[in-house]
Design a protein around this ligand. Sequence first.
Ligand code: SF4
Ligand code: SF4
Length: 189
Amino acid sequence: MPMDPDEVYRSVSNALRKELELRDKLEKEVKALRAEHDTLKDILVGRGILIEGHRTVLVRIGDAAAARAGRTVKLNLYPDKYQVANADVDCVALFPLCRARCCSFSHYLSVQDVQEGLVKWDIEDPYHIRREADGYCTHQSRKTGGCTIHPHRPGTCRAYDCRQDRRVWIDFEKKIPAPMPEGLVPHGE
Ligand code: SF4
Ligand code: SF4
């Protein structure tokens, strides 16, 4: 009998979450080891066994190894997004000026989002919210510019306050929007 797609999604999500916990643990251990390594280098340089040039080479090797380790799975920390207070911004009234460009910004989902399975994420960069080629979030309505999953949107979307964000406003009080980012084509009325 074929497996229920929701069941498959939950299994994959749970496996990725366990991987994340393991990676977190390993990252902490690697960080501690690097700190010990740095201390050792300082001692060896202090005793004249290594020169500064050696230290530079060792740092370069360490950085290259860290880059090769590849991407990490990331999650946001909101335990319950439904308890996150909305920023006091009148998005509907401001939409003709801001064109909801906040919905093109990069952010990560939470464990709750992943378990609910309602917010889509980028399969090549778990659990980064999925965006389309036009730069906007998958869940933004291309007709109205609104959020198609509004009751279930992530905690980051709920808490975000654009008033001081220079990507959105040159001056929020005077309602002067910043220029739209290059390549971003706004949707909606
Ligand atoms: S940019 Fe600001 S006003 Fe516009 S939709 Fe986003 S949060 Fe609302
Ligand atoms: S989930 Fe909704 S509010 Fe959040 S970025 Fe996407 S369209 Fe915007």
